[in-house]
Design a protein around this ligand. Structure first.
Ligand code: PRP
Length: 213
């Protein structure tokens, strides 16, 4: 077997984004039945298309791609903004579209002193407030971030909003938009050059799928 016929390895995030990306992969020629099978295997093959999928926690996708354990990957722009990874980013997949926002308790005025900010994205949050010249005390949380202002752990949160339902159900409102987010295709820099013959047709097929082709 030569390197040129080794499967392309694509790192994918488990969960919501995987279900959104699967139709694009299917239109780009992948057999997604194995990919979507409800089992615990972490490596899924689409043999005829020459693709191998790795199922990962979203935050780990850039790591697998940067170190070359995967040729390509799919991850949210939020993940790339939070921790820089040396990967190439050839295509916006236009799925997983949401907003990173500052949110607080409905009607509650901003605190008089330094605001405390609960977030899963300490780097993005710190940069946002620094850009605006506002000193902020950023508190790192791993999830259920909306709870923090309810119980007084923080004044506001910086978090992703998709439908807005989680904010509404917890009595929170958007104060500012930080950045718009969607899922993007990332590529290992060396593989993108050395495996061009395999990668480019797949990227172009995905591009057509994204554009409705
Ligand atoms: C994300 C995000 C919000 C929620 C927003 O959380 O952090 O909490 O989804 O979605 P909505 O606007 O459609 O309600 P996730 O579901 O990943 O869980 P987590 O809170 O445990 O991080």
């Amino acid at each position: 077997m030569t390197a040129s016929i080794a499967p392309l390895t694509v790192a994918l995030p488990k969960g919501r984004v995987l279900r959104a990306v699967a139709p694009l992969l299917s239109r780009a020629g992948a057999d997604v039945a194995a990919l979507l099978a409800d089992d615990r295997t972490l490596v899924r093959e689409s043999v005829a298309a020459g693709l191998r999928f790795l199922l990962l926690k979203p935050d780990d996708v850039p790591t697998y791609v940067e170190y070359g354990a995967a040729d390509l990957g799919v991850c949210g722009r939020d993940v790339l903004l939070e921790r820089t990874a040396d990967v190439y980013c050839p295509l916006d997949l236009k799925v997983g579209v949401c907003r990173m926002v500052v949110a607080g308790i409905v009607g509650r005025p901003p605190p008089a002193g330094v605001p405390r900010v609960g977030t899963k994205y300490p780097h993005i949050a710190a940069e946002h407030f620094a850009r605006r010249g506002v000193q902020a005390d950023v508190i790192y949380l791993q999830g259920s971030v909306e709870l923090a202002p309810i119980v007084g752990l923080s004044d506001v949160i910086v978090d992703l909003v998709e439908t807005g339902e989680t904010l509404v159900q917890n009595g929170l409102e958007v104060r500012e938009e930080v950045v718009r987010v969607s899922s993007v295709l990332v590529a290992n820099r060396a593989a993108y050059k050395l495996r061009q013959d395999r990668i480019m047709p797949f990227v172009e097929a995905l591009r057509r799928a994204v554009n409705g082709g």
